[in-house]
Design a protein around this ligand. Sequence first.
Ligand code: CA
Length: 222
Amino acid sequence: MTRILIVEDEDRIASFVAKGLRAEGFSPDVVEDGHEAIELVRTGRYDLVVLDLGLPGLDGFSVLRMIRSERHELPVIILTARESIEDTVAGLSSGADDYMRKPFAFDELLARIRLRLRAADPQEATVLRAGDIALDVRTRRAHIGDTTVELSSREFTLLEVFVKHPDQVLSRAQLLSRVWGLDFDPGSNVVDVYVRYLREKLGHETFETVRGAGYRLRVTKM
Ligand code: CA
Protein backbone atom coordinates (compact mmCIF):
# COMPACT_ATOMS: atom_id res chain seq x y z
CA MET A 1 0.00 0.00 0.00
CA THR A 2 1.38 3.37 -1.01
CA ARG A 3 1.46 5.70 1.99
CA ILE A 4 1.04 9.42 1.46
CA LEU A 5 1.48 12.08 4.11
CA ILE A 6 -0.76 15.11 3.66
CA VAL A 7 0.56 18.13 5.55
CA GLU A 8 -2.28 20.64 5.47
CA ASP A 9 -3.92 22.75 8.16
CA GLU A 10 -7.14 23.48 6.30
CA ASP A 11 -9.52 20.69 7.31
CA ARG A 12 -11.65 21.01 4.23
CA ILE A 13 -8.74 20.57 1.82
CA ALA A 14 -7.04 17.88 3.90
CA SER A 15 -10.17 15.72 4.10
CA PHE A 16 -11.02 16.29 0.43
CA VAL A 17 -7.55 15.13 -0.63
CA ALA A 18 -7.45 12.23 1.88
CA LYS A 19 -10.87 10.98 0.81
CA GLY A 20 -9.94 11.14 -2.87
CA LEU A 21 -6.65 9.32 -2.33
CA ARG A 22 -8.33 6.60 -0.26
CA ALA A 23 -10.85 6.08 -3.07
CA GLU A 24 -7.90 5.59 -5.45
CA GLY A 25 -6.37 2.89 -3.26
CA PHE A 26 -3.72 4.94 -1.45
CA SER A 27 -3.22 5.06 2.29
CA PRO A 28 -3.18 8.74 3.31
CA ASP A 29 -2.43 10.26 6.73
CA VAL A 30 -3.16 13.88 7.55
CA VAL A 31 -1.10 16.12 9.83
CA GLU A 32 -1.63 19.84 10.23
CA ASP A 33 1.48 20.97 12.03
CA GLY A 34 4.99 21.33 10.61
CA HIS A 35 6.81 19.87 13.63
CA GLU A 36 4.57 16.80 13.67
CA ALA A 37 5.05 16.42 9.93
CA ILE A 38 8.82 16.18 10.42
CA GLU A 39 8.41 13.52 13.11
CA LEU A 40 6.17 11.48 10.83
CA VAL A 41 8.51 11.80 7.84
CA ARG A 42 11.35 10.56 10.05
CA THR A 43 9.50 7.30 10.64
CA GLY A 44 10.33 6.46 7.02
CA ARG A 45 6.83 5.12 6.45
CA TYR A 46 5.83 7.42 3.60
CA ASP A 47 6.26 7.14 -0.16
CA LEU A 48 5.28 10.73 -0.96
CA VAL A 49 4.44 13.98 0.84
CA VAL A 50 1.80 16.54 -0.15
CA LEU A 51 2.92 19.70 1.61
CA ASP A 52 1.07 22.96 2.24
CA LEU A 53 3.35 25.99 2.63
CA GLY A 54 1.41 28.06 5.16
CA LEU A 55 1.33 25.94 8.33
CA PRO A 56 1.12 26.67 12.05
CA GLY A 57 4.29 26.08 14.04
CA LEU A 58 6.84 25.42 11.35
CA ASP A 59 6.12 26.51 7.76
CA GLY A 60 6.22 24.26 4.71
CA PHE A 61 9.58 25.56 3.50
CA SER A 62 11.24 24.50 6.76
CA VAL A 63 9.60 21.08 6.53
CA LEU A 64 10.83 20.78 2.95
CA ARG A 65 14.39 21.72 3.89
CA MET A 66 14.40 19.07 6.60
CA ILE A 67 13.04 16.43 4.21
CA ARG A 68 15.70 17.25 1.64
CA SER A 69 18.51 17.13 4.16
CA GLU A 70 17.43 13.78 5.60
CA ARG A 71 15.34 11.98 2.99
CA HIS A 72 16.66 13.05 -0.42
CA GLU A 73 14.61 10.63 -2.47
CA LEU A 74 11.17 11.24 -0.94
CA PRO A 75 8.88 12.92 -3.54
CA VAL A 76 7.27 16.16 -2.32
CA ILE A 77 4.41 18.03 -3.98
CA ILE A 78 3.79 21.53 -2.64
CA LEU A 79 0.29 22.96 -2.30
CA THR A 80 0.31 26.69 -2.18
CA ALA A 81 -2.29 29.41 -1.85
CA ARG A 82 0.36 32.04 -2.26
CA GLU A 83 0.15 33.89 -5.52
CA SER A 84 3.73 35.03 -5.67
CA ILE A 85 5.86 33.22 -8.19
CA GLU A 86 8.95 33.88 -6.03
CA ASP A 87 7.56 31.57 -3.35
CA THR A 88 7.00 28.81 -5.84
CA VAL A 89 10.44 29.15 -7.36
CA ALA A 90 11.95 29.20 -3.88
CA GLY A 91 9.98 26.01 -3.15
CA LEU A 92 11.23 24.25 -6.23
CA SER A 93 14.82 25.31 -5.75
CA SER A 94 14.75 24.12 -2.16
CA GLY A 95 13.91 20.70 -3.48
CA ALA A 96 10.19 20.20 -4.13
CA ASP A 97 9.44 17.88 -7.03
CA ASP A 98 6.32 19.69 -8.09
CA TYR A 99 3.77 22.22 -6.91
CA MET A 100 0.08 22.95 -7.27
CA ARG A 101 -1.57 26.28 -6.74
CA LYS A 102 -4.83 26.30 -4.79
CA PRO A 103 -7.58 25.88 -5.75
CA PHE A 104 -6.73 22.77 -7.71
CA ALA A 105 -8.63 19.92 -9.32
CA PHE A 106 -8.22 16.62 -7.49
CA ASP A 107 -7.53 14.73 -10.71
CA GLU A 108 -4.62 16.97 -11.51
CA LEU A 109 -3.12 16.41 -8.07
CA LEU A 110 -3.69 12.66 -8.49
CA ALA A 111 -1.98 12.73 -11.90
CA ARG A 112 1.03 14.49 -10.40
CA ILE A 113 1.19 12.11 -7.45
CA ARG A 114 1.16 9.13 -9.81
CA LEU A 115 3.79 10.78 -11.95
CA ARG A 116 6.10 11.36 -8.98
CA LEU A 117 5.61 7.84 -7.69
CA ARG A 118 6.39 6.47 -11.14
CA ALA A 119 9.48 8.64 -11.42
CA ALA A 120 10.60 7.05 -8.15
CA ASP A 121 9.77 3.64 -9.67
CA PRO A 122 10.97 3.67 -13.28
CA GLN A 123 9.49 0.22 -13.96
CA GLU A 124 5.99 1.67 -14.00
CA ALA A 125 4.35 2.51 -17.34
CA THR A 126 3.98 6.20 -18.17
CA VAL A 127 1.84 6.01 -21.28
CA LEU A 128 -1.95 5.75 -21.20
CA ARG A 129 -3.61 4.49 -24.37
CA ALA A 130 -7.10 4.44 -25.83
CA GLY A 131 -7.59 3.63 -29.51
CA ASP A 132 -4.86 5.50 -31.40
CA ILE A 133 -4.46 8.11 -28.65
CA ALA A 134 -1.38 7.81 -26.46
CA LEU A 135 -0.79 10.13 -23.50
CA ASP A 136 2.63 10.31 -21.93
CA VAL A 137 1.79 11.37 -18.40
CA ARG A 138 5.44 12.02 -17.61
CA THR A 139 6.06 14.58 -20.35
CA ARG A 140 2.34 15.49 -20.61
CA ARG A 141 2.46 15.06 -24.37
CA ALA A 142 -0.31 13.59 -26.48
CA HIS A 143 0.16 11.51 -29.61
CA ILE A 144 -2.37 10.41 -32.20
CA GLY A 145 -0.75 7.58 -34.06
CA ASP A 146 2.67 9.01 -34.97
CA THR A 147 1.63 12.65 -34.67
CA THR A 148 2.36 14.76 -31.59
CA VAL A 149 -0.52 17.02 -30.60
CA GLU A 150 0.15 20.20 -28.61
CA LEU A 151 -2.31 20.50 -25.73
CA SER A 152 -2.66 23.02 -22.95
CA SER A 153 -2.44 21.66 -19.42
CA ARG A 154 -6.23 21.76 -19.02
CA GLU A 155 -6.82 20.09 -22.37
CA PHE A 156 -4.39 17.36 -21.41
CA THR A 157 -6.12 16.74 -18.08
CA LEU A 158 -9.51 16.59 -19.80
CA LEU A 159 -8.26 14.16 -22.42
CA GLU A 160 -6.62 12.07 -19.71
CA VAL A 161 -10.00 11.63 -17.97
CA PHE A 162 -11.55 10.47 -21.25
CA VAL A 163 -8.66 8.11 -22.03
CA LYS A 164 -9.07 6.51 -18.59
CA HIS A 165 -12.76 5.93 -19.36
CA PRO A 166 -12.85 4.99 -23.05
CA ASP A 167 -16.27 4.47 -24.61
CA GLN A 168 -17.94 5.64 -21.41
CA VAL A 169 -20.33 8.59 -21.29
CA LEU A 170 -18.97 11.28 -18.95
CA SER A 171 -21.38 13.94 -17.77
CA ARG A 172 -20.55 17.64 -17.61
CA ALA A 173 -20.80 17.41 -13.80
CA GLN A 174 -18.24 14.56 -13.70
CA LEU A 175 -15.89 16.46 -15.98
CA LEU A 176 -16.28 19.72 -14.04
CA SER A 177 -15.40 17.90 -10.85
CA ARG A 178 -12.49 15.84 -12.22
CA VAL A 179 -10.87 18.46 -14.43
CA TRP A 180 -11.83 21.79 -12.87
CA GLY A 181 -12.35 20.71 -9.25
CA LEU A 182 -15.85 22.19 -9.21
CA ASP A 183 -18.64 20.46 -7.33
CA PHE A 184 -21.21 22.79 -8.84
CA ASP A 185 -22.07 23.97 -12.32
CA PRO A 186 -20.69 27.51 -12.65
CA GLY A 187 -23.36 28.10 -15.27
CA SER A 188 -20.76 28.44 -17.99
CA ASN A 189 -20.25 26.09 -20.89
CA VAL A 190 -16.57 25.55 -20.05
CA VAL A 191 -16.78 21.78 -20.61
CA ASP A 192 -18.31 22.24 -24.05
CA VAL A 193 -15.70 24.83 -24.93
CA TYR A 194 -12.83 22.51 -23.98
CA VAL A 195 -14.35 19.52 -25.75
CA ARG A 196 -14.54 21.75 -28.81
CA TYR A 197 -10.82 22.61 -28.43
CA LEU A 198 -9.99 18.91 -28.25
CA ARG A 199 -12.17 18.17 -31.27
CA GLU A 200 -10.34 20.84 -33.24
CA LYS A 201 -7.04 19.18 -32.39
CA LEU A 202 -7.99 15.51 -32.48
CA GLY A 203 -10.82 15.42 -35.00
CA HIS A 204 -14.50 16.11 -34.45
CA GLU A 205 -15.46 12.42 -34.52
CA THR A 206 -13.16 11.63 -31.57
CA PHE A 207 -15.92 12.68 -29.14
CA GLU A 208 -19.54 11.74 -29.39
CA THR A 209 -22.09 14.17 -27.94
CA VAL A 210 -24.66 12.16 -26.01
CA ARG A 211 -27.67 14.42 -25.79
CA GLY A 212 -28.71 15.20 -22.21
CA ALA A 213 -25.91 13.02 -20.83
CA GLY A 214 -22.48 14.31 -21.80
CA TYR A 215 -19.60 13.17 -23.98
CA ARG A 216 -18.03 9.88 -24.90
CA LEU A 217 -14.54 9.19 -26.24
CA ARG A 218 -14.93 7.03 -29.33
CA VAL A 219 -12.23 4.45 -29.33
CA THR A 220 -13.44 2.47 -32.29
CA LYS A 221 -13.68 4.88 -35.19
CA MET A 222 -16.69 4.67 -37.44
CA1 CA B 1 -2.35 26.50 5.16
